[in-house]
Design a binder for this molecule. Structure first.
Ligand code: ZN
Length: 509
């Protein structure tokens, strides 16, 4: 705002003429306050750019993490005043809202949303970096940054070939083409990939455990590391790097933060550590662009597991702290953007059973994600004759007082107990007379018992859900640094990309 106001009217007019039709039409920078504040500023160039994407993260995912933090602290401090504890992202000076609809639906998936954020164009669900006809490829902002001589890093807590990270380096007509995406990663010449692994299921015969795309990458000069020791040994001079966490789930994603091994001897690297290492590897006189995705906020919300979503949102926020620390060293040349690609789960604060009250602190005793509970207990109930036999495991996993001899705050009511008993029976004995529609509405595609457990715990905490899929609400955009004011206001998700490009003096296609 300040920089824009300083510009004289005639200069703004000249710029308007010079850039009309191309940059300005895409940037829509001047639609926030009707005028002068955010005309494209060629002189303001972001040399160090952080693009954080919380997958499945809209305002309620951010705010529930804030209220959770505040609620847990309130239990510790009896003099506490009831207000949210802001996250790093929500403390950033500029805030906007972005639409999320894509070219074919008011509810986007991560491929079309990623394409909008990475390329500045809307496309169809499932399409990565291509137009709606699936014939034209778009250049991504990361590719444009690389062409300018900047170093580029891509970090994600889910597999590095998943739709959101892929949107920054790949062009495919289907997000499911993991082999093709991985092969394009190998050809990208980007400098750093960090976080989850690969879902490429093509293997050359001689290296059964290494996907074809990783072999292609190493042949192209990438160094591939997948232990903490090798990760920590990486230096600014290490060249092109692919760093994969040694602990991955069956989808090649990093573990949920709620179950990440945080002991000092762990081999399990945090999203913040992957971000910090990215800064170390990418820092150079020509600048860098780094995209960091908190990918499993979305997955936890699909499963309606609020505690896991909140912990992953807090881990994502800790990664943002690394960028903010870097910003302090280069405040005039750094831009940090934080946004979501869409909401997921129809999460809301407030539930019919809790009225005007929230009890977020009741989620603090959840010790594992829904899928961990599945693998430990709920996927095989043969050793449990009835729900009663599972009370201890439920109590240690979700903090619910199932036998009702402890704190009443953690006790499901009779109706919720009946839902849990029904879910146990459905998992153990099958659907019975329940039809598919009823089964899906109750449990989505998830284990009936674990999804009902998170539903009940979330309900007594004051959180409710409407979907097992994404929803069509807008997402917040937080900004700090070069051109931050251009991110105020309400605009399209394609304009997030175009505003970042403008701050970098990059012209998109
Ligand atoms: Zn999703």
């Amino acid at each position: 705002m300040k920089r824009g106001i300083r510009r004289s009217a005639w200069l703004s007019l000249v710029l308007l003429v010079l850039f009309s039709g191309t940059m300005l039409s895409g940037c829509d920078d001047d639609d926030n306050d009707g005028g002068s504040k955010s005309i494209v500023q060629p002189s303001a160039k972001a040399k160090y750019v952080f693009f954080f994407i919380g997958d499945g993260m809209s305002e309620v995912q951010v705010n529930s993490a804030e209220v959770y933090k505040a609620s847990v602290e309130a239990k510790i401090d009896p003099n506490y005043i009831n207000s949210p504890r802001l996250l790093n992202m929500s403390k950033m000076p500029a805030t906007g809202y972005a639409t999320t609809y894509d070219a074919g639906s008011y509810i986007t998936d991560s491929a079309s949303a990623g394409t909008a954020l990475a390329c500045g164009y809307k496309t169809l669900n499932g399409v990565v970096g291509m137009d709606v006809t699936k014939t034209k490829s778009y250049k991504t902002i990361a590719e444009a940054a690389k062409e300018k001589g900047m170093k580029v890093g891509i970090v994600s807590s889910v597999s590095i070939d998943h739709a959101t990270p892929a949107s920054f380096y790949a062009q495919v007509d289907s997000r499911e083409k993991y082999h093709e995406i991985g092969m394009q990663l190998a050809e990208s010449n980007f400098d750093y990939f960090g976080g989850g692994g690969f879902r490429d299921n093509k293997y050359p015969g001689d290296k059964a455990n290494t996907p074809a795309c990783v072999n292609a990458a190493t042949a192209n000069g990438y160094r591939y590391v997948n232990t903490r020791a090798d990760f920590e040994a990486l230096k600014n001079t290490s060249g092109k790097v692919i760093a994969v966490n040694s602990v991955l789930d069956s989808s090649r994603a990093m573990p949920y933060e709620i179950i990440r091994d945080k002991s000092s001897s762990n081999d399990d690297i945090s999203l913040a550590e992957f971000t910090k290492k990215g800064i170390e590897l990418l820092d150079n006189p020509a600048g860098f662009f780094m995209m960091v995705e908190g990918g499993k906020i979305d997955w936890a919300c699909h499963a309606n597991d609020a505690a896991s979503a909140i912990q992953d949102t807090l881990a994502f926020d800790e990664a943002i702290a690394e960028a903010l620390a870097f910003y302090e060293k280069h405040p005039d040349e750094t831009l940090i953007i934080v946004t979501g690609d869409h909401e997921c789960g129809g999460m809301t604060m407030g539930f019919s059973g809790t009225g005007y009250f929230t009890y977020m602190e009741r989620m603090k005793n959840q010790t594992m994600s829904y899928d961990k509970f599945d693998s430990l207990y709920a996927n095989n109930l043969s050793g449990y004759a009835s729900l009663t036999d599972l009370y201890d495991e439920i109590e240690s996993s979700f903090g619910l007082d199932m036998d009702k001899n402890g704190d009443a705050a953690y006790q499901p009511n009779d109706y919720q107990m009946s839902l849990l008993t029904e879910a146990f029976d459905k998992k153990k004995k099958g659907k019975g007379t329940m039809n598919n529609d009823e089964f899906y509405l109750l449990y989505g595609g998830y284990n009936p018992l674990s999804v009902t457990l998170t539903h009940v715990l979330n309900q007594i905490s004051g959180i409710a859900w409407t979907s097992y899929s994404h929803t069509g609400v807008p997402v917040p955009v937080f900004a700090k640094g070069v051109n931050e004011d251009s991110f105020n206001g309400y605009y399209d998700n394609t304009d997030v990309c175009r505003k970042v490009a403008a701050a970098m003096s990059i012209t998109l296609q």
